[in-house]
Design a protein around this ligand. Structure first.
Ligand SMILES: Cc1cc2nc3c(=O)[nH]c(=O)nc-3n(C[C@H](O)[C@H](O)[C@H](O)COP(=O)(O)OP(=O)(O)OC[C@H]3O[C@@H](n4cnc5c(N)ncnc54)[C@H](O)[C@@H]3O)c2cc1C
Length: 457
């Protein structure tokens, strides 16, 4: 590999050097090199500048006709956060400033490179709650979270990232900056460009700052693990909890096969004596102890064998059963990971049909878990060749047949771009392509991600 060259911020000059054979051009900050070098070693991309110079980089790329891949924490699993075809990698991680929390309105402006965990800490320090959480919190960035419209278990009550975006600042394909950071709850003057960028996976703009809506911090929490027979029973339980436990915050599920794998991996005893095919893990949060409210709602729903965890340690103990699935599955083999969503009324049909569908497609077994509240199922297919796309296709087709979506969390990326038209239909895809052409006529921003339109290297 060619030696890295460290240059200042003359991006057009950097392109000349690249044309003359240099592979890596960095800006002059040492931290930038440290942050980016491992990615370059891995993917052999070309890198010029990043961070605070996003507008300058983008303007130069536009003049040169060079494509870019915006990158945050690089935790996404659909292949869209790394260059694939010699694109310029624009890392937003150094945009890590956290503004003052506006406690009256419950908002804060943060740089796109702030990690989700840092946002959560800043909110908590001000007595507020970022109200969004998932396993990659220490590495993923707010820009990436917004670009993927990430959700997680708490989306049942607080919505996905979209619901938290009161505004944002972004650098468009031509280097121009759009900024809507006032955080106005009511602002219907024209199209809502910030919301258009939510979930656009780096294909419409580089998000540089986000105005994030917070929620009141609710410290009193209780969780319950409920053994059930079927997904239909779980849907009935969710209906009852939504009606009778307004403090309900999350409602996840897993199956006994997954629980067995987790218990083996964590080398622990099952906290549940009488095992069941299906488990729901529900959590309530309120200003004052919600235990009675949850217990009464469970009783009204005819549940008398739930495990209740009303202190932090025992709640964590229950959540590690659910969150431990990823590690346990990875230890069992190299899974094909798909995160689909189906309407709740179709969940039992999907869960019943998916093992047969993946077996027919040549795989051995499937482990399912997910977020009951939003019908989001993490499908982990084991015993298939890593390059064999048949099981993925079978799962995605089944999700579409059940009226669902091919992606509920990680996004479309490049991995699922070929399936988007089947999921959304030709009219919606044509509208998406028209939006992309209008904002990025040269197809410079993350080409090939979301919409399977690539460009010459
Ligand atoms: C262990 C684990 C658990 C997870 N759990 C959940 C979950 O429960 N719920 C859920 O919804 N998701 C979950 N995810 C997926 C998660 O949503 C994404 O990994 C995360 O949001 C991506 O953030 P990032 O900063 O790492 O972005 P990256 O991985 O760097 O990028 C992801 C995409 O966003 C684009 N992008 C990144 N930053 C910007 C920016 N500033 N401007 C424009 N485009 C940008 C990239 O081009 C790419 O297309 C999980 C991931 C992991 C690894």
């Amino acid at each position: 590999m060619a030696k890295c060259e460290v240059r200042g911020n003359d991006y057009d000059k950097s392109f000349e050097l690249i044309a003359a054979g240099a592979r890596h051009i960095f800006d002059s900050f040492e931290c930038a090199i440290q942050a980016i070098a491992p990615v370059c070693e891995h993917c052999k991309c070309r890198v010029i500048g990043h961070g605070t110079e996003v507008a300058g980089v983008m303007a130069a790329c536009s003049r040169q006709g060079a494509a870019v891949v915006p990158q945050g924490g690089n935790t996404g699993l659909v292949g869209a956060s790394v260059p694939r075809n010699g694109e310029v990698l624009v890392s937003l991680r150094r945009l890590a400033a956290i503004g003052e929390v506006d406690e009256a309105i419950g908002q804060v402006t943060v740089g796109a490179g702030v990690t989700l965990a840092a946002l959560q800490d800043a909110a908590r320090a001000a007595g507020q709650d970022a109200a969004l959480d998932f396993g990659a919190r220490d590495s993923c960035t707010v820009g990436g979270v917004v670009a993927c419209d990430a959700g997680g278990a708490r989306a049942l009550r607080h919505g996905t990232a979209r619901a938290h975006v009161a505004g944002l600042e972004a650098v468009l394909a031509d280097g121009s900056i759009v900024s809507r950071l006032a955080g106005l709850t009511k602002d219907n003057a024209g199209y809502n460009l910030p919301q258009l960028l939510v979930g656009s996976e780096g294909t419409l703009g580089n998000i540089t700052r986000v105005r994030w809506k917070l929620a009141p911090l609710l410290a009193a929490r209780v969780a319950a693990l409920v053994p059930l027979q079927t997904a239909r029973e779980a849907a009935d339980l969710l209906r009852a909890l939504r009606a009778d436990a307004p403090s309900l915050e999350s409602c996840d599920f897993f199956l006994d096969e997954g629980l067995e794998l987790v218990l083996e991996h964590q080398q622990r005893e099952s906290p549940i004596k009488d095992r069941s095919p299906f488990y729901v893990l529900a959590e309530c949060a309120a200003q004052s102890d919600p235990t009675e409210e949850l217990a009464a709602a469970l009783e009204d729903a005819g549940i008398d064998d739930a495990l209740i965890a009303d202190d932090t340690a025992s709640r964590r103990g229950l959540w590690t059963l659910r969150e431990g699935h990823t590690d346990a599955i990875n230890a069992a083999g190299v899974p094909h990971k798909l995160d689909i969503g189906v309407p709740l009324r179709e969940l039992d049909r999907f869960i019943d049909a998916v093992p047969g569908a993946v077996e027919q497609a040549g795989a051995e077994r499937v482990i399912l878990f997910g977020h009951l509240g939003d019908g989001n199922v993490h499908v982990n297919v084991l015993g298939a060749d890593p390059d064999d796309e048949r099981p993925d296709e079978a799962v995605l087709e089944l999700a579409i047949k059940c009226g669902g979506t091919i992606s509920a969390e990680h996004g479309v990326g490049v991995a699922k771009a070929a399936y988007l038209e089947r999921a959304r239909g030709p009219a919606e895809l044509a509208a998406m392509r028209a939006i992309k052409r209008a904002l990025d006529p040269q197809n410079l921003l993350n080409p090939g991600a979301v919409l399977a339109v690539t460009r010459e290297p």
